[in-house]
Write a protein that binds this ligand. Structure first.
Ligand SMILES: Nc1ncnc2c1ncn2[C@@H]1O[C@H](COP(=O)(O)OP(=O)(O)O)[C@@H](O)[C@H]1O
Ligand SMILES: [Mg+2]
Length: 324
């Protein structure tokens, strides 16, 4: 488990991390999301000791990440594979030798039968067994990221740290890479930390997410909760929640849907029962891993509001009356 407790970090007098705490459980796919400049990459670099932090502690299975203890740090870094937005492949090496690079760095021979088997298995895992001798320039962005993933796994890490790993890829390729990360998590039991500014990424694979804003954790929890009912203004803005476009007359009632696999016809039932009609003025319903989550805003006459709320209570639907 990775435990981050009250970590602070500043660059030349500017505080970039301001007392960040979170626990990342073994086996999890944990997302760290937030605007650009929030401190996400800095936090990730503190976790794997590429960057020292000022105060607080980061421990990995009870070992403190301490950049001054070079030997312990190297052993820790060996347990953490890392992938980036820009892939960071060496152009002059082919796919095989790019994947083998961390072995080389650790003085492990890369041309033994065992090494070859390991690298070929990884290339199979990422679906590039027919690109063994290609150079990075001959590969698409998605394929380059697959090479980087294989490389990150070559030393059998316990953790895979991903910094905006899909931000340079188009939506279809992003989905494929995320599915691959999910497979790696499930089949190899590798804990994955995903740093991203894309809610799509969190929605598709993360079981837990921390929202980072200006160096502080605003919220940690299940992504569907953060998505369905974002309580902090910063998160609402980030998610582009319903805003100034709502009607300013009548009453605006927001309904929340949590994992309604086969959605119930709540709105039409309610209209029929109350003998009135509503204006649906804002809505978002989306797939999260396997279920549907979301919310919608109904505008109605003030006189219908009480009856509508009672109806929703009777159906166990969570609601909120929005203030103007
Ligand atoms: N090496 C550095 N030197 C000085 N400032 C830095 C350095 N790295 C990051 N920063 C600053 O720290 C803040 C957070 O950056 P970063 O962690 O990259 O955010 P994010 O990954 O969330 O976009 C930014 O204001 C950035 O300019
Ligand atoms: Mg970043």
């Amino acid at each position: 488990m990775i435990r981050i407790t009250n970590v602070t970090k500043s660059f030349g007098g500017t505080d970039v991390l301001k007392g960040v705490s979170m626990d990342i459980e073994k086996g999890d796919i944990f997302g760290i999301i937030g605007q650009s400049g929030a401190g996400k990459s800095t936090l990730l670099r503190c976790i794997n000791g590429l960057e020292p932090y000022d105060e607080g502690t980061i421990t990995v299975d009870d070992t403190v990440v301490n950049i001054r203890d070079k030997k312990a740090l190297r052993n820790l870094q060996k347990r953490m594979g890392m992938i980036f937005q820009g892939f960071n492949l060496l152009e002059r090496l082919d796919v095989y030798h790019n994947v083998a690079l961390p072995m080389k760095f650790w003085g492990i021979p890369t041309n033994t039968p065992e090494a070859r088997e390991k690298i070929m298995n990884l290339l199979k895992l990422v679906g590039l067994e027919n690109k063994v001798h290609s150079k990075p320039r001959e590969l698409s962005g998605g394929q380059k990221q697959r090479v980087a993933i294989a490389r990150a796994l070559v030393l059998d890490p316990d953790f895979l740290l991903c910094d905006e790993a899909t931000s340079a890829l188009d939506p279809e390729i992003t989905k494929e890479i995320l599915a691959l990360l999910q497979k790696i998590n499930k089949e190899m039991g590798i804990t994955i930390i995903v740093v991203t500014h894309q809610m799509e990424v969190v929605k598709q694979i993360c079981r837990k997410v921390a929202f980072l804003n200006k160096g502080k954790v605003l919220s940690v929890g299940q992504p569907e909760q953060m998505f369905v009912w974002p309580k902090e203004d910063e998160i609402r803005q980030f998610l582009r929640e319903e805003s100034d476009k709502l009607p300013t007359t009548g009453a605006n009632l927001k309904l929340f849907f949590y994992g309604e696999g086969n959605q119930r016809p709540i709105v039409t039932d309610m209209a029929r029962e109350l003998g009135t009609s509503f204006n649906i003025c804002w809505a978002k319903l989306e797939d999260f891993r396997e279920d549907v989550y979301g919310s919608l805003v109904l505008n109605m006459e003030e006189k219908d509001l009480k009856k509508a709320c009672d109806f929703l209570d009777s159906k166990n639907v969570t609601w909120e009356v929005l203030k103007f």
